[in-house]
Design a protein around this ligand. Structure first.
Ligand code: FES
Length: 276
């Protein structure tokens, strides 16, 4: 097998219009940072917004724009799971299988979807519609188990609702996230947003629903407030921490000494020296 000439292996193969648009967007990204090289992460999302994954051409493009090697770009692209090294589906369906979602049914949802779609983790359906993934906690544990479609929330899912959702995506039907934006965009559109080019949908819909706000509601009902963030001082009308009453019976403040470390703190200190 004959190796490709160096000229063709180190140049991107984008057509002139695509290259011009990519160059303009990448320049805008680089101008956001004191060191243009810091723009690599959004630039990789930009490449995904065009190619649907971090392609060979995308890697060469980033390297050329930033004056670094293709190996350095690859090292970053292979480190983060959000960067795909093979063509991604139109929709990434991410099933949260972290602890809380898993025990609430996330594992069962993933298994059902995997059987239904005939693909495993990080695999794409033959029609290119869905890439199925196990994903980490999405800070939506109060709605567990959660399924994300291109990072939009589908809360309180079951194997049945998740497979119905996947079927709609495959058929090209509209799906409506439980919270946030009113619709789900494509993987390429989402990648452009992650590259830092907003699509105007960020403030759509409700972000924090009732379960998320339950603690805030209780705190307001009981008049609880947090210490001042700047000074660390207690809010007006609250006794200083040093004079706050200790915990109720059964709290750690009332616990009887039970181990040597409970009584030997500062044992080797000189008289008058505080235990630290
Ligand atoms: S564990 Fe699933 S959102 Fe937190």
């Amino acid at each position: 097998m004959t190796a490709e000439p160096l000229e063709t292996t180190t140049k991107t193969r984008y057509d002139a219009d695509t290259l011009a648009a990519l160059t303009a967007d990448a320049t805008a990204i680089m101008e956001r940072y004191p060191d243009p090289r810091s723009g690599l992460l959004p630039m990789l999302h930009l490449v995904q917004s065009v190619d649907g994954y971090v392609s060979r051409d995308g890697i060469l493009f980033c390297a050329e724009m930033l004056g670094i090697t293709a190996a350095e770009v690859s090292a970053v692209a292979t480190f983060y799971t959000q960067y795909k090294r093979h063509p991604n589906g139109t929709y990434t369906v991410g099933v949260c299988t972290n602890t809380l979602c898993a025990v609430m049914g996330g594992d069962a949802i993933f298994d059902e979807l995997s059987d239904h779609l005939g693909v495993g983790h990080d695999e794409t359906t033959p029609d290119g519609a869905i890439t199925l993934e196990r994903v980490e906690c999405n800070a939506a544990c109060d709605y567990a188990p959660v399924v994300m479609v291109n990072w939009e929330f589908f809360d309180n899912q079951t194997p049945e609702t998740a497979t119905a959702l996947a079927d709609k995506l495959i058929l090209g039907e509209d799906v409506v996230p439980t919270r946030g934006a009113a619709s789900v965009c494509s993987f390429k559109q989402m990648s452009r947003v992650l590259a830092g080019f907003p699509d105007g949908r960020a403030d759509e819909g409700v972000g924090a629903g009732e379960p998320t706000l339950a603690g805030l509601k209780i705190a307001r009902e009981r008049g609880w407030t947090a210490p001042d963030a700047d000074t660390g001082s207690e809010p007006e009308g609250t006794a200083p921490s040093s004079t706050q009453p200790v915990g109720k019976p059964g709290s750690s403040a009332e616990r009887k000494p039970a181990t040597p470390s409970d009584t030997e703190v500062g044992k080797d200190k000189k008289p008058g020296e505080d235990a630290k």
